[in-house]
Design a binder for this molecule. Structure first.
Ligand code: ATP
Ligand code: ZN
Length: 893
């Protein structure tokens, strides 16, 4: 197995690192803390995950980062493999977010699964890996200080000898299991044997014979008694049938007698009924006579010729015709009365409607009249207002007769005069300023002159060439003062002119508003005049309309009265016709009475005839009954003779005797015998079952004996197997111990080469002893630090070789990894270490990874890898230094 590539991201000090690993010796170098050990740890972690860590999972993630990723590629047994792991930190916990092993045949996911797969590929778990292939920094004493038992476990584990122990234990378990079964089967067999003995002691066959002969005796007794009993039953039955026969005859006699009684009673009954019928017939005859009288009286009330159905029908037809006529007339009269009443009502309604409309018109006329009155009053007021406004306007117009402008131009005049006033004021102000300046200049000139200087230029002067200047300035002042005065008076006159124009303007605007009011008043006057006229006209028209409507209403009322009168006349006709109908109904009632009397009479006659017939029938029936009665009496005489009392007595005593015999046999003798028989039968059944059980037990004994023999031989085999596994392991271990001891001695000689020690002994229990030349034994712990380091290296390399040779290339071992192996070594021993590395290579170790600063080891490298840490970012990087540059790289170091 060889690593081919490792890639890291945020693993411990690494930010982003990638490295191809090749065959041969790779030396990783760099200063302390640059990240060399971390690179090896990364390989180990990639293979085994958290189990490969001393610390916790979050330690592998670069402090301050959330994710770390590690990818390791390797070849193994000719296949390419790749492991990807990602660790994620969240909060203060880290978890494996991804873990995948891609192999040539399958892809495995999940940290546990990947770890198991790696352990089975390499045939070593993480512990075995550090014990064999990966010599960690500072772990010099681990194997030296271990107890022999720990060493034994470790080396047995690496050599898979532990499996033989497992098999031996399993064989042991199997042996114990077989022993358990064997013991229990044996005790069952003993139990069965003692049961057989007990059964054989019981003499089962002779007991069976005795019981069977007793049973046959009892059975024949039972048969005899049952025979006797059956005979008694026959006797009993014969007696019983004699008794039954007599009983039946007696019953029949009783029946005949009661039939005779019944017949007699019925005959008497029917005779009574016949008497009653005769009486009833007589009553009905009388009833018919009475009805005849009634019919005659009823007919006389009608105009019937005779009391017959035909005469009745004819009379009814006449009545029906008459009724039809009356009803027709009646319906006509009713319709007409209804029509007239309706007309009268309508006319009355119409008259009322017209009257109310006339009333409305009159009321409306009143309202119009009142409105006209109001308008007329308004009109008076408005005319007064009009006159007032007109006189005000006239007085304003008078004002304008003397004015410089006409009404309408006063506003313009005012504006014009105001402009003139302000212009004049401006001129005045300018002139005043000029005057002030002139006065100042005059004063200056006078001061200069008084100081004897030129008033013009201020230079001292002789004579008075500039006196003229002062006179000019005085004249200017005077003229300006005169201008001021005239302007002031002009301002005054302008101001009063403005005042006058203002008054005119005010009068003008007042006149405008008066004119507006005047035109408004005129409009309203016109409006009121129109209202007065139109409302008065309207009132007149409405009154005329009202008069017309009232006349119309009067007419309608008269027409209504006429129709009401005519309706009353027709209603009288209706009443008369209705009383005619009533009279007809009376006559119909008379006819009904005659008819019902005729019906009664017919019914009475029918009744009488029916009763007569019934009376006849009864007489016939009674005659028949009397004949039957005679028959029954004859039969009774016969039956009385047939009953024989002596025979009955004899049968009775025979029956009694038979009954008592049967009772005794059935209730005492037979049950006893049967019980005895059942008891015997069940005893025989018991003995037979015992015999069967005995033969079963004998069969079971055979089976058990066979099974016990088989278990015994199985037990012997399993015991053999158990001891074979134990022997085999001891033998193999002994062989391995011998080889390991040889290899250890070879390696130790190679790396130490000191004359003080003669050899190292590894005993069967993996105890280690070092012998000095003089034969004194030393424990490895007693060696010096450097010696222990060399001893440890020798032991590791020996184990590695043992495995590599023992496994015979079937599963090539992982690379040999040494972290700082030179720490305790002096220069001479470093050279020997180089020899050891070369020797290992010669012996077929394909890939060796060494972390070291040592120049000599660096020199022995096929490949040199340099690890550096950026001092500012504190992140490590890794770089391969190719062989040609090796020397120069070393020179810099
Ligand atoms: N989780 C982490 N995040 C960042 N840096 C870390 C982390 N864990 C360790 N380191 C840093 O990595 C460095 C340790 O690296 P390592 O032990 O590989 O150094 P080394 O080159 O083997 O040193 P030496 O020669 O002293 O053995 C230390 O500087 C440490 O601060
Ligand atoms: Zn280190």
């Amino acid at each position: 197995m060889r690593f081919t590539h490792i890639a890291l991201q945020n693993f411990k000090p690494y930010e982003d690192a990638e490295l191809d690993l090749r065959d041969g010796v790779t030396v990783i170098h760099g200063v302390n803390g640059s990240g060399k050990s971390s690179l090896l740890e990364a390989c180990f972690f990639a293979l085994y995950g958290s189990k490969a860590l001393d610390g916790t999972l979050e330690d592998v993630v670069t402090t301050g980062e959330d994710d770390a990723e590690i990818t390791l590629e390797f070849v193994h047994a000719g296949g390419q493999y790749r492991i990807d792991r990602r660790v994620r930190v969240s909060g203060d916990r880290a978890t494996t977010a991804k873990c995948v092993l891609e192999g040539p045949d399958e892809t495995i996911e999940g940290a546990r699964n990947v770890r198991k797969a790696v352990a089975s590929l390499l045939r070593m778990d993480n512990e075995a890996f550090v014990n064999c292939a990966y010599v960690q920094q500072g772990e010099v004493n681990k194997l030296i200080n271990a107890t022999p038992a720990q060493r034994q476990d470790m080396i047995d584990g690496l050599l898979q000898l532990g499996k033989l122990e497992t098999y031996r234990e399993r064989a042991g378990d199997a042996r114990l299991g077989v022993e358990d079964v064997l013991t229990s089967k044996r005790s069952v067999l003993e139990d069965v044997e003692s049961q057989i003995e007990a059964k054989e002691d019981e003499n089962l066959h002779s007991r069976l014979n005795a019981l069977e002969s007793e049973l046959s005796e009892v059975t024949s007794k039972i048969e005899r008694y049952e025979d006797q009993r059956d005979k008694a039953r026959q006797t009993l039955e014969a007696a019983q049938s004699t008794l039954d026969e007599h009983e039946e005859k007696r019953e029949r006699l009783a029946e005949v007698e009661s039939a005779i009684d019944e017949l007699k009673a019925k005959i008497a009954d029917d005779e009574t009924t016949r008497d009653r019928l005769t009486e009833r017939i007589r009553e009905l005859d009388e009833n018919v006579d009475e009805l005849d009288d009634d019919i005659e009286a009823a007919v006389s009330k009608t105009d019937l010729d005779e009391a017959s159905d035909d005469a009745l029908a004819a009379a009814r037809e006449t009545l029906d015709d008459r009724e039809a006529e009356i009803r027709e007339e009646l319906s006509e009269a009713r319709t007409k009365a209804q029509a007239l009443t309706t007309q009268a009502d309508r006319l009355k309604e119409r008259a009322e409607d017209l009257e109310s409309r006339a009333k409305e018109k009159r009321e409306s006329a009143e309202e119009d009249e009142a409105a006209a009155g109001d308008a007329a009053a308004d009109l008076d007021e408005l005319r007064e207002t009009q006159a007032d406004i007109e006189s005000s306007l006239a007085s304003i117009d008078e004002t304008f007769e003397d004015a410089p402008v006409d009404r309408g131009d006063a506003a313009d005049l005012l504006a014009e005069r105001r402009d003139t006033l302000s212009e004049t004021r401006e001129s005045l102000a300018e002139t005043e300023t000029e005057l002030k300046n002139a006065r100042e200049r005059l004063a200056e000139a006078r001061e200069l002159r008084d100081a004897g200087k030129c008033p013009e230029c201020g230079q001292p002067v002789d004579g008075s060439p500039h006196v003229d200047a002062i006179a000019e300035r005085e004249a200017a002042v005077e003229s300006l003062e005169a201008n001021c005065e005239s302007l002031e008076s002009k301002v005054e006159s302008c101001r009063s002119a403005v005042e006058a124009a203002k008054q005119l303007e005010e009068a003008e605007s007042r006149a405008a508003s008066l004119e507006d009011r005047l035109s408004l008043a005129e409009e309203r006057i016109a409006d009121r005049e129109e209202t007065v006229e139109s409302r008065r006209d309207a009132a007149e028209t409405k009154r005329e309309e009202a008069t017309e409507l009232e006349a119309d209403a009067e007419e309608k009322r008269e027409a209504a009265a006429t129709q009401a009168d005519r309706a009353a006349t027709v209603k009288e006709t209706v009443t008369a016709l209705e009383s005619d109908l009533e009279a007809l109904s009376d006559r119909r009632d008379d006819l009904d009475r005659v008819e019902s009397l005729l019906d009664d009479r017919e019914a009475a006659i029918d009744d009488r005839d029916r009763l007569r017939e019934k009376r006849e029938t009864l007489a016939e029936v009674n005659d028949e009954r009397r004949e039957h009665l005679q028959d029954r009496r004859d039969r009774r005489a016969e039956l009385r003779e047939a009953v024989d009392e002596d025979a009955v007595e004899d049968a009775r005593s025979r029956k009694q005797k038979a009954e008592s015999y049967i009772g005794q046999v059935e209730s005492d003798v037979l049950p006893d015998l049967r019980e005895k028989r059942d008891d015997l039968q069940s005893k025989i059944g018991g003995v037979k079952a015992d015999l069967e059980r005995l033969s079963e037990l004998r069969e079971r004994r055979e089976e058990l004996a066979e099974r016990v023999d088989a278990l015994q031989s199985l037990h012997d085999e399993v015991t053999d197997l158990e001891s074979t596994y134990g022997d085999l392991r001891a033998e193999l271990r002994q062989r391995n111990v011998e080889i390991l001891e040889r290899m250890l001695n070879e390696t130790f000689d190679l790396v130490y080469g000191n004359d003080a020690y003669s050899r190292i002994r590894l005993d069967g229990e993996y105890g280690l002893t070092v012998f000095q030349k003089d034969g004194t034994a030393l424990q490895p712990e007693q060696l010096s630090g450097g010696e222990r380091a060399l001893f440890n290296l020798s032991l590791r390399c020996a184990i590695y070789r043992l495995l590599a040779e023992g496994i015979d290339g079937a599963a090539p071992l992982p690379p040999l990894i040494l972290d700082e192996p030179t720490v305790f070594l002096d220069d001479g021993h470093v050279s020997r270490l180089v020899d050891l590395v070369e020797e290992m290579q010669r012996r077929g170790v394909k890939q060796i990874l060494i972390v070291s600063h040592d120049d000599e080891l660096v020199g022995a490298a096929d490949d040199l890898v340099r690890v550096e840490k950026n001092p500012t970012t504190n992140r490590s990087s890794v770089e391969r230094t190719d062989a040609p540059d090796l020397q120069s790289a070393l020179a810099d170091d």
